[in-house]
Design a protein around this ligand. Structure first.
Ligand code: SF4
Length: 488
């Protein structure tokens, strides 16, 4: 039996997973860096490309993979990584199902088994979230042009990639090929798990095409049980209520093993800042329509500075009885992750008000500690006891999920603790006035293009202490020109 604890490079995804990115990039999974040079490849071209074969050989030999540095970083923080989770996604862990993938791998890394877990991202999106960029959102392409007057970024297109031009053209032929491969996997009864994300997956034509096909297949002899067992997972910005005039909550009802992660970064005005272009009340109305349709909803949140500074309001809102029909809600945090090789840290030119480490130690450290205490005490978020009580209602392969919930809380707390430690360890860098001025200047420049609000107004209603500090901080009126500070 292959053990990911003994071999700390081994991961199931280079065998079991098919990831197609918003720009048709290939990655080993959503957490890895792009596998360069394999954009728009077919499934077979990708799986048995020289690069993937070498990655499999290296993993089996316990050699670390450069594209996987994010997992190693998470494990180094003492948290559970995607790598460790990979063995239970679409695979039956208890039957050592992964072993058969390894047994059928040739010495040069060639694999004959096809993926069972598909992750498809669309670039189509209606938001320009502050933590996102033109790699993942069509709306951000427009924003980039407005902000910089060009689509050529000159250095790097954003996270996980060395692309420099942010232009994007839909490739219908490639999307057709990908849809066909996906549908082949369904017809072969091979696909066990599907992840739809973006961009905004409910705006994806490929997504609706494949989902419609699943329902068609379900009506064919011998397919019903297979289709009903497929685990379908969404990550949505909750802005979309309808598709072609029909309520999305109703369209999702026929799928029996489906859950939706609502990606809500903060609440109220803080949410409207992080999720640039979204309206809080409308998103919550959509959220409730999903709950009313009986859809299993979980919460996910990019933990940025403004969200931490407003965390009580977030928890107060989502702990309401009306929003926790089973008595609890699952919540997973994501670290900020802005450039490929610096973990969550921003490069100086990107340093801004999203970063928890931007805020003074005496404000952000107590806020992180308070959030940790709240997560430890809550009975409504990731509570494994509630989950056990409802165990009879969830698919059998997810029994034992209580352990995962305990780990998720550890990961959430670990992310906050990481921010605290990182801030204190790098005090000098974060207290450097030039860096802070640059970060505020970056934030103000970005806020000029915000559709609804700005950070100053958000802090005013969410955290007056942070507001006072931010308001007094100097910034540069015209970056690139002679330094001309604004002092309040
Ligand atoms: S080790 Fe981590 S980054 Fe690499 S493929 Fe596995 S889950 Fe993805």
């Amino acid at each position: 039996m292959y053990d990911y604890n003994t071999n700390q490079s081994l991961c199931a995804f280079p065998w079991t997973h098919n990831y197609s990115g918003p720009r048709y990039s290939r990655k080993l999974c959503c957490t890895s860096d792009d596998v360069e040079g394999l954009e728009k490849t077919t499934e077979e071209e990708y799986l048995n490309s020289p690069k993937l074969k070498q990655i499999r050989v290296d993993m089996l030999n316990g050699k670390k993979i450069s594209e996987c540095h994010n997992c190693y970083k998470v494990e180094g923080m003492g948290l559970q990584s995607m790598r460790q989770n990979s063995f239970r996604m679409g695979l039956m862990e208890k039957n050592n199902e992964f072993d058969k993938y390894v047994e059928q791998t040739l010495p040069d890394g060639t694999t004959f088994l096809k993926p069972i877990y598909y992750d498809n991202r669309t670039i189509h999106c209606n938001l320009q979230c502050v933590s996102c960029g033109p790699t993942f959102s069509s709306e951000h392409i427009n924003l980039f042009k407005k902000m910089h007057g060009t689509l050529d970024d000159g250095t790097s297109g954003g996270w996980h990639t060395s692309r420099t031009n942010n232009n994007f053209v839909v490739d219908k032929e490639h999307e057709e090929t990908f849809s066909k491969e996906f549908i082949d996997g369904l017809q072969e009864k091979r696909i066990k798990s599907i992840y739809w994300a973006g961009g905004e997956p409910f705006m994806s034509v490929v997504h609706w095409k494949v989902m419609d096909k699943m329902l068609e297949l379900r009506e064919e002899p011998g397919y019903r049980e297979y289709i009903d067992d497929i685990r379908i997972h969404y990550n949505t910005n909750m802005t979309r209520a309808t598709w072609k005039g029909k309520p999305i909550a109703e369209l999702l009802k026929p799928y029996k093993n489906l859950y939706v992660e609502a990606s809500l970064d903060g609440s109220h005005k803080t949410f409207e800042w992080t999720r640039d272009g979204a309206n809080w009340d409308k998103c919550i109305a959509n959220y409730k329509s999903f709950l009313d349709a009986g859809i299993d909803i979980k919460l996910t949140c990019v933990m940025s500075g403004p969200v931490i500074l407003d965390f009580d309001r977030y928890m107060d809102f989502f702990e309401q009885d009306a929003l926790t029909p089973n008595g609890f809600i699952e919540l997973s945090f994501h670290r900020l992750q802005q450039n490929a090789h610096a973990g969550f840290e921003f490069a100086p030119s990107q340093f801004n008000g999203l970063d928890p480490c931007f805020y003074p130690e005496e404000i952000i450290v107590p806020a992180c500690k308070k959030a940790i205490q709240r997560l430890k005490k809550t009975k409504k978020v990731n509570n494994p006891d509630f989950h056990i009580r409802w165990e009879g209602k969830i698919p059998v392969e997810y029994h034992g999920h209580d352990k995962h919930l305990i780990q998720m809380t550890k990961n959430n707390i670990g992310i906050l603790q990481y921010y605290i430690d990182h801030k204190i360890e790098n005090r000098e860098r974060y207290e450097d006035m030039d860096n802070l001025i640059e970060a505020k200047t970056n934030t103000i420049f970005r806020d000029k293009f915000h559709k609804t609000t700005n950070l100053l107004d958000v802090l005013y209603v969410s955290n007056r202490e942070a507001y006072d500090w931010y308001n007094k901080l100097k910034y540069i009126i015209q970056p690139g020109k002679d330094i001309d500070y604004v002092e309040i």
